[in-house]
Design a protein around this ligand. Structure first.
Ligand SMILES: [Zn+2]
Length: 146
């Protein structure tokens, strides 16, 4: 389950529109906690860190890449903000807001993966997903806009 403010949700949509027809990408900072059952994590998004999509010109339209160097910087920035990395966001230009096979192959369990679809310059649906612990399936994650 993921909680995100309307303002941050809108910011993700605006970035998707700004980088169209390429994919935007960024990191979700906030708090990570386990529910009583322990079966599902709860994330509260507190801030975003937009990062550079490191793929080359001809690739950025359908995939995103966050380099290890960028991840290290993000870890340090999260620490400075007193927050945790709780997930990632990116856009799908002219594709539905569901993870691609590439997304699944490069994802990690526990984190939230928020995807906004951008159709002809306008951000439309926005969904969140969480990878199964065996890394085989992306499950839709309940998203609460607060
Ligand atoms: Zn994707």
């Amino acid at each position: 389950m993921i909680y995100i403010t309307r303002e941050l949700e809108q910011q993700i949509r605006r970035e998707g529109e700004k980088y169209y027809p390429d994919e935007c990408c960024g990191i979700l900072f906030g708090e990570l906690s386990e529910q009583d059952s322990g079966s599902q994590t709860v994330k509260r998004v507190k801030s975003l860190l937009p990062v550079v999509n490191s793929f080359s010109d001809g690739e950025r339209y359908h995939r995103f890449l966050i380099t290890p160097e960028t991840m290290l910087q993000a870890e340090l920035e999260a620490r400075r903000r007193g927050q945790d990395i709780v997930g990632f966001y990116h856009s799908h230009p002219d594709h539905p807001a569901i993870p691609s096979e590439y997304d699944r192959a490069h994802a990690l369990p526990v984190y939230s993966y928020v995807i906004t679809a951008v159709a002809a310059n306008v951000a439309v649906e926005l969904n969140s997903f969480e990878l199964s612990s065996d890394k085989h399936i992306f499950y839709p994650e309940e998203i609460h806009i607060i």
